[in-house]
Design a protein around this ligand. Structure first.
Ligand code: C2E
Ligand code: CA
Ligand code: CA
Ligand code: CA
Length: 285
């Protein structure tokens, strides 16, 4: 099988896989990807602005498929969620990320926290909090150094197990971030249901702060971000702007009162081998 173009997956015979076939092949292969060591993590800094100091590293999972090459998490995470593999995949991510965090902490970056993405389906697992506690214990990384990023991709309200998991990890001392803020369900009310300490503004809003955008849209995203800054200040939350790519965007965000940012402007997701160099550079400059 061969990858062709952005979303095309072509067999060596030349047959271009349709959506269903592609999904089947990826699901089949994903079942073995973990044991075959095809998954790996990259880490992207979250920085204070305007000074650009790294305060956290977000673990982002990658899949090096033997035939398709690099498959994006946007493609395989939903598959893992649909076929029940997300539990073991998520556990592997947490374990591997905590191990890496143990190494950067030992190398002198003990103040840099770790953020790990968690699927809503993981929070529905009965022993999620116990699993997190066990992995923390094994890694020696303190609970306060860990942040779990939760999206509002599916509506979590009223799920008893989810609140059990959330209470459980909070009791451990682990932090919660609300990821992709503004894109999902009842955003502001969600801040009431979930004991989050960090809110991440989705990059669609950051994108429309500058550049060739309709004036009404630009006014809207500015107003939204300014309101978020005010809400975060009142509730004592940290606000992180995602997907910051240009100095113009950073200037706008800083003018609106943002104090944390993540994006290619500061650093792309990095393999662990490049982390210490990057952290050293970013801490000194
Ligand atoms: P996310 O959690 O919103 O992660 C941010 C995504 O934006 C990442 O894509 C990152 O590489 C990308 N990004 C960072 N800075 C910039 C920028 O300046 N410009 C642009 N255009 N993009 C930027 P990635 O790594 O492809 O991950 C996509 C999504 O897959 C993540 O979105 C997250 O929802 C999910 N994901 C990744 N790793 C995991 C994981 O271990 N577990 C779970 N459950 N989901 C994961
Ligand atoms: Ca995230
Ligand atoms: Ca996000
Ligand atoms: Ca996202």
């Amino acid at each position: 099988v061969k990858r062709s173009g952005k979303n095309g997956f072509r067999l060596y015979s030349g047959h271009l896989l349709d959506q269903d076939e592609r999904r089947q092949v990826l699901e089949r292969d994903l079942r073995h990807a973990l044991e075959r060591g095809e998954l790996f993590l990259e880490f992207q800094p979250i920085c204070t602005v305007p000074d650009g100091r790294p305060v956290c590293l977000e673990a982002l999972v990658r899949w090096r498929h033997p035939e398709f090459g690099l498959v994006r998490p946007d493609v395989f995470i939903p598959i893992a969620e649909e076929c029940g593999l997300i539990t073991s995949l998520g556990e592997w991510v947490l374990e591997d990320a905590l191990r890496a965090a143990g190494r950067w902490r030992a190398a002198g970056f003990g103040e840099v926290r770790l953020a790990v993405n968690v699927s809503p389906l993981q929070l529905m697992q009965p022993h999620f909090a116990e699993m997190v506690g066990r992995e923390l214990g094994r890694s020696g990384v303190p609970a306060a150094a860990l942040e779990l990023e939760v999206t509002e991709g599916i509506d979590l309200r009223g799920r008893l197990q989810v609140s059990h998991s959330v209470d459980g990890v909070r009791a451990l001392g682990v932090g919660l971030s609300l990821d992709d803020f503004g894109t999902g369900f009842a955003s502001l009310s969600r801040l009431n249901d979930l004991p989050v300490g960090v809110v991440k503004i989705d990059r669609v809003f950051v994108m429309d702060l500058t550049g060739d955008v309709e004036r009404t849209r630009r006014r809207y995203v500015r107003t939204l971000i300014a309101a978020m800054v005010a809400v975060a200040g009142t509730l004592g939350l940290d606000l992180v702007a995602e997907g910051v790519e240009t100095p113009e965007q950073a200037r706008e965000l800083i003018a609106l009162g943002c104090t944390r940012a993540q994006g290619f402007l500061y650093a792309p997701p990095l393999p662990e081998a490049e982390l210490l160099t990057a952290l050293t550079r970013m801490t000194q400059s």
